[in-house]
Design a binder for this molecule. Sequence first.
Ligand code: GUN
Length: 291
Amino acid sequence: MIIDGKKISQEIKQEVKQATAIFRKERGYAPGLAFILVGENPASQSYVNSKGKACEEIGFHSVTERVPATTTEAEVLAMIDRFNKDERIHGILVQLPLPKHINEQKVIEAIAPAKDVDGFHPMSVGKMMIGLETFLPCTPYGIVELLKRSGIDPSGKHVVVVGRSNIVGKPIANMLVQKKPWANAIVTIAHTAAKDIAAYTKQADILIAAVGVPFAITKEMLKPGVVVIDVGINRIEDAAAKNGSRLVGDVDFEGVKEIASAITPVPGGVGPMTIAMLMVNTLRAAGGRIS
Ligand code: GUN
């Protein structure tokens, strides 16, 4: 089975759109999301453009502050302060990474936890860790939703996460280990310190790859019937492609799909889910929800 993240994300966005129409009618205003994009990183520009477009399609109010890479930390903090106080804004997203002269952690902590739709504030992370209701970070939240809507229950399964980033590896491991429906898994986090990464990946009933290395996971490293979630988005050179490059994941899709029972493609797997879950979080930040 190919897990169609594009289709599932469209269904979720449709649900948010319908809920937003009702929300606007009842309250007379729209959920509002503010983006801050510092610098000209092409991938970040593309992500923020896609997120802004999704807001428009759904019927959210959105504002994007695009500022140069030379913007100071104090200026970024001042923008956040302004959005924290702006009652038309319910969610604030500062696109990462930030230029080196800006302390990313300080910026994340400046966002009011009630508007932390990225789920990166230590308050949100702490609540997630102990299983309290909070904003869940969009990419891992999207992975849980992909599994749920594909009927793949991680309960009692061995999930092996490869990668330990704060944005994906650590939170997805935490979410799936919770004693809750669509979680309750036995979770291993493997990472670069492992001498033999395959010794871990071979044990996976569900493998989640979030390492940022093209083709890092091959079929020799997995057992037949595994469910594979590929979080990687890597641009590699390809002379046969139109613009000389193409996007691939962290998993050797062509090889692994022969032995996996289910697998997410790249593009069209986890990627579109991140935006869909951001829309869900923003609706919730405004006080609405999908049924
Ligand atoms: N950079 C890569 N992923 C993300 C994300 O989910 N949110 C933000 N703000 N920046 C990112």
